[in-house]
Design a protein around this ligand. Structure first.
Ligand code: SF4
Length: 336
């Protein structure tokens, strides 16, 4: 999936950036779209009584300027891979993909896609943070940037930025199978491409629009051959029927397609969600088994009961160890 010229029928653009070169470039990609100037993007994005489900089918694009903060401290339920200073930025919000468990569906009322065109704001804040020491920065926290690259050029621009800032380690997490992007970038140890992997049955049922497991592994192999550090994220694990067989089979497939001794690291995490978002999602998606599962709430987050969570994470870890070794496998509790 990518952004064809017909993808968006309406472009909402903040009046203050109508003449910005990035706005003009992006606008030219959608010659048939109706452009509607707005004062602030929130006039459209944060409107009450919107329906994520209805809007997803005919998503609109919103171009905006980021005000306030652009780089935030990372949440405790996210892997920080041993980094003392973990931050994230979200210069694109919402996603071309449609994962049933996506937290964005609990966080926002709308499926409309927002692109902040002033990436230099995130660059400036990152440079300030780098003055205090090395930084680990997640670049794709509220979207999947890879399928959006022809539209945003954000990965290309971060690539140039990373090359100039040796203390910076960035992560771009994706479920995209397109592999042509990697040849157009300049590999750097500070630019980690992280591929989220799930059994094909989970992809079919819960990760609508995303690449197949085979395609993701092929893209990961291409990125690795180009010289990028590769991270594999088995996250979120979902307790589907026959989950042990499904996850064990997936590990075998992964090990056949990728040399796991060459990946930088691996993360394992089970489904978890802010209690607030989970409550909203339960109302919005009453027929979704993954949302309606009887999770337990701990420290403000919904998750599998401790025993189930540990069983799942340890099972997958043991399946992976023969291929990847133990040292490079991160579980969430390893962060503490
Ligand atoms: S790829 Fe990530 S951001 Fe996109 S819908 Fe799925 S979980 Fe959400």
């Amino acid at each position: 999936m990518s952004c064809s010229a017909e993808k968006f029928r309406h472009l909402y653009i903040e009046s203050s950036i109508l003449d910005h070169p990035e706005t003009k470039r992006i606008r030219s990609l959608f010659p048939n779209a109706v452009c509607i100037p707005v004062e602030r993007y929130t006039d459209v994005f944060s409107r009450p009584h919107q329906s994520y489900r209805a809007q997803y089918a005919s998503m609109n694009l919103i171009l905006a300027e980021k005000h306030g903060t652009a780089v935030y401290p990372g949440a405790p339920v996210c892997h920080d891979f041993g980094s003392e200073r973990f931050f994230y930025t979200a210069m694109a919000v919402n996603c071309l993909y449609d994962c049933s468990y996506c937290w964005l569906k609990g966080m926002y009322n709308t499926a409309n896609l927002v692109i902040f065109i002033n990436l230099e704001k995130a660059f400036e804040e990152t440079e300030k943070l780098l003055e205090e020491g090395p930084l680990y920065l997640s670049l794709s926290f509220e979207s999947d940037l890879v399928p959006l690259e022809t539209l945003t050029h954000q990965i290309q621009r971060w690539n140039e930025f990373v090359k100039r800032h040796p203390g910076l380690s960035t992560e771009i997490r994706t479920k995209c199978g397109a592999d042509s992007i990697y040849a157009s970038l300049d590999p750097d140890p500070g630019m980690i491409f992280a591929f989220t992997l799930s059994p094909q049955s989970v992809i079919n049922a819960l990760e609508k629009g995303t690449a197949s497991l085979h395609e993701r592994l092929k893209a990961a192999g291409t990125a690795m051959e180009q010289g990028f550090p590769i991270r594999l994220c088995f996250d979120p694990m979902i307790r589907i029927p026959n989950w042990k067989e499904e996850y064990a089979g997936m590990v075998l497939e992964v090990s056949k397609q990728l040399d796991l001794s060459r990946v930088k690291d691996i993360s394992i995490g089970t489904y978890r969600q802010s209690d607030t978002y989970q409550r909203r999602m339960r109302k919005r998606f009453p027929a979704s088994a993954v949302i309606q599962y009887p999770y337990e709430t701990k420290n403000g987050y919904c998750q599998y009961p401790e025993a189930e969570k540990n069983e799942m994470e340890q099972f997958l870890k043991q399946e992976l160890i023969p291929f990847a070794g133990e040292e490079k496998i991160f579980l969430l509790e390893d962060n503490s």
